[in-house]
Design a protein around this ligand. Structure first.
Ligand code: DGL
Length: 270
């Protein structure tokens, strides 16, 4: 038994989709969530910047909270920083690319699969590589969706503007007649209704959240790191942005588990 918390991070609110799945699947685990709201969006940033931010957050969570495991709940950071994080830190570290790709490949019956993500995630080629390794016969259509993350961060998950933008950005995957669409950005499940309306009811939407949570649960059991079974997990939410705003919108997006948020200020933050 290991009562220490699991650390989770994202550029902002997106990783809360992973928190939701973890709260439901492993309710005895304590979680510390870090949203790097002061430096979002990560999608348009250079890979070396994202690597630097990810290492800084990992260092903070291991030092200040002694986390027993780290989940990179951001596709953009997973696609460019996961390997170097694993090299530098000795705790178990999980990303969201492999679990998402696995679920999506398993769900597609026609072999025509779509992936949407940030400019950084799609440009990294991480999904293209992962899907190819799982099943080289899959016909993969990728689309970068700049701007969608900003709508979620603004709390605008169902406006006319977000619908118009989604319709334009999702055109390539609609055109490719995919039967399954992987939401390759942890913010996108908050836009699932809009995305489903745009691509049509017959397309299966896949989020990496559930599969990532299953992987966490298996790894906890396998490595003897599970929390105490007789006690419910405790949750801490941290943001590098305005904590009041994080609390308000986070509560709306995640649910009652997000009761409070504390601010972490980066020195010399850009
Ligand atoms: N949730 C992040 C992801 O999964 C969004 C990145 C961003 O801030 O642009 O990629």
């Amino acid at each position: 038994m290991d009562p220490r918390p699991i650390g989770i991070f994202d550029s902002g609110f997106g990783g809360l989709t992973i928190v939701r799945a973890l709260v439901d699947l492993v309710p005895n685990e304590s979680l510390v969530y870090f949203g790097d709201s002061a430096r979002y969006p990560y999608g348009p940033r250079r890979p070396d910047e994202i690597v630097e931010f990810s290492h800084q957050i990992a260092e903070y969570l291991t030092e200040a909270y002694d986390v027993k495991m780290l989940i990179v709940a951001c596709n953009t950071a997973s696609s460019v920083a996961l390997d170097s994080l694993k090299e530098r830190f000795s705790l178990p570290i999980l990303g969201v690319i492999a679990p998402g790709a696995r679920s999506a490949v398993a769900a597609s019956s026609s072999g025509r699969l779509g992936v949407i993500g940030t400019v950084g995630t799609i440009a990294s080629g991480a999904y293209q590589k992962e899907v190819e390794a799982l099943d080289p016969t899959i016909e993969l259509t990728c689309a970068a969706c700049p701007g969608l993350v900003e709508f979620v961060e603004a709390g605008e998950t169902d406006s006319e503007q977000v619908r118009v933008l989604a319709a334009r950005l999702l055109h390539p995957v609609k055109n490719a007649k995919v039967d399954t669409l992987l939401l390759g950005c942890t913010h996108y499940p908050f836009l699932a209704r809009v995305i489903q309306d745009v691509v049509g009811r017959d397309v299966v939407l896949i989020s990496s959240a559930e599969e990532t949570a299953f992987e966490v649960s298996e790894l906890l059991a396998k490595s003897g790191l599970s929390g105490r079974e007789d006690r419910a997990g405790k949750y801490v939410f941290l943001s590098s942005g305005d904590p009041e705003r994080f609390k308000e919108l986070g509560h709306r997006l995640l649910g009652p588990e997000l009761e409070d948020a504390k601010q972490v200020v980066w020195e010399g933050s850009s």
